[in-house]
Design a protein around this ligand. Sequence first.
Ligand code: GDP
Ligand code: MG
Length: 202
Amino acid sequence: MTKPNKKERTLVIIKPDGVQRSLIGEIIKRYEKSGLKLVGLKFIVADEELVSKHYLSNPDWIKNVGQKAIDAYAKVGKKHPAKNALEAGNKVYQSLKKYITSGPVVVMVWQGMNAVKIVRKITGGTEPLTSDVGTIRGDLTIDSYEIADVDSRAVRNLIHASGSVEEAEEEIKIWFKKGELINYRLVQEAILYDVNLDGILE
Ligand code: GDP
Ligand code: MG
């Protein structure tokens, strides 16, 4: 059995709509309460170069996002306006660059066991209309693929969260220099990870 990595890291961005909706505290609170550890944090306005590096770090991303869009339409018995996955993905990518650079964003790195999956679970699915109740996207906003596409813009879903460990490693390198991430001990890690709970009783 391979031991899970207790120091797995993932990148989270509170997108401009999250900042504008005054949800920074509410969103950070949800990740913080999970037991994950905040190891990097910055408040910046991203430029297009940074955003293109971020989304194009995975060469398959454009096609995958396009296919996901086409499938989401098919699921509700509708036909996506684009003629193939590449065209659909490119449209999403262009509108995303505009969206992410439109105002300040909060960029964070969260660390802990299964950090990528835990953060995705707390964040919820891409489309707020269908993401689960109890998740950030499901509870705190209302957008849908359809209305975003009709208005030729990206789905406003408050958060970016890395989709896999590999994606996270690439993305963290784009947004943070080595010295900007902090290695430190959080006392609650003893409760989360230590084999024995010795030392609680006096
Ligand atoms: P995520 O990992 O859940 O953020 O989703 P993706 O990586 O697939 O897509 C990146 C971002 O592009 C999403 O968070 C949305 O803001 C936007 N987006 C994704 N799919 C669509 C779509 O079909 N239409 C529009 N308009 N925006 C989309
Ligand atoms: Mg993604």
